[in-house]
Ligand binder design. Structure first.
Ligand SMILES: CC(C)(COP(=O)(O)OP(=O)(O)OC[C@H]1O[C@@H](n2cnc3c(N)ncnc32)[C@H](O)[C@@H]1OP(=O)(O)O)[C@@H](O)C(=O)NCCC(=O)NCCS
Length: 264
């Protein structure tokens, strides 16, 4: 992949993801800018993990992957709608995976597309169901003592690998909230993009604060490994919908942790 391929990749991903999850609709102009900036960042840090499939001189599919310490992550992966199911995705996955071959751990957030699930199972991943909680949040206790935390050290403890250079892009796109033993990156509506904590009580407190102070928060990417998140979301009156799966290889689903879909 070259920087000049990013626009085509964004269009392919918007159409492909919109087809799998029609309720999400298409990206807004701001969402598109965020996608381009984030993906451009990963292309700059990990050019060897970012690949395109080309027909003639046209990009028809891509995979964006990156390594952080001992973990390989797949950020984004799609094939043009009319060419799916013909083996292009398999070749892209093989090329991207070879970049992570020395990483004992791997993680990605999978859509509900059975073709994607098939590709991930074939690559040795275990798929854990995810839920997204949405609705009108009602939370009384939004208090949170601010504190300091070593972000990468906590990442390592909870997720196995620090976000390293991705903290800069997360901080540029979300609001960072820190407390002793935990941190969260929050969207403008209060939705946690990443939430990482040393223990369940700290995680609960961070999530309650996000729900209490946000305008229309949702809680995404909740797996059974994080029952504290389900409990807080349900207490707040949010309703669960299935939302793809978390795919892990060589590791357990991180906890207490909520991941960002692309930067994990
Ligand atoms: C996921 C995606 C990138 C895969 O690319 P692709 O070119 O369609 O994939 P391939 O044709 O190489 O492989 C599809 C696999 O699914 C299988 N498959 C096709 N339809 C299926 C179905 N309904 N149920 C189960 N498996 C199915 C195929 O047999 C093939 O598996 P095999 O090679 O082991 O036989 C592409 O389908 C896509 O863009 N999907 C929408 C976006 C998305 O969900 N991206 C992943 C986000 S995590």
């Amino acid at each position: 992949m070259a920087p000049a391929d990013l626009d085509a990749a964004e269009r392919i991903s918007d159409a492909a993801y919109g087809d799998v999850e029609p309720s999400f609709g298409h990206r807004s102009a701001a969402g598109r800018e965020r996608w381009l900036r984030r993906t451009g960042h990963l292309l700059a840090t990990d050019p060897g993990g970012c690949v395109v499939a080309v027909a003639g001189d046209e990009v028809v599919g891509f995979a964006v992957s990156f390594r952080r310490e001992t973990t390989w992550f797949l950020a984004s992966y799609a094939v043009r709608l009319d060419l799916q199911g013909q083996g292009i995705g398999r070749q892209l996955m093989e090329a991207a995976s070879s970049y992570g071959v020395d990483c004992p751990r791997a993680m990605l957030s999978a859509s509900a597309d059975p073709k994607a699930e098939q590709r991930y199972r074939a690559a040795g991943f275990t798929l854990v169901p995810q839920w997204r909680f949405a609705g009108t949040a009602r939370v009384e206790d939004g208090s949170l003592a601010s504190g300091t935390v070593d972000l990468d050290a906590l990442d390592r403890q909870v997720r196995g690998s620090g976000h390293g250079p991705d903290h800069a892009i997360l901080a540029a796109q979300f609001r960072l909230v820190t407390t002793d033993g935990g941190y969260a990156y929050l969207d403008e509506d209060g939705t946690p993009a990443v939430l990482c904590a040393h223990d369940d009580d700290t995680a609960r407190s961070l999530l309650r604060n996000a729900l209490a102070t946000g305008s229309a928060p949702t809680v995404a990417h909740v797996t059974d490994a994080n029952p504290w998140a389900r409990a807080v979301a349900e207490e707040a009156g949010l309703v669960a919908q299935p939302s793809g799966s978390l795919a892990v290889r060589g590791m357990e689903p991180p906890a207490p942790y909520l991941h960002q879909g692309a930067l994990l």
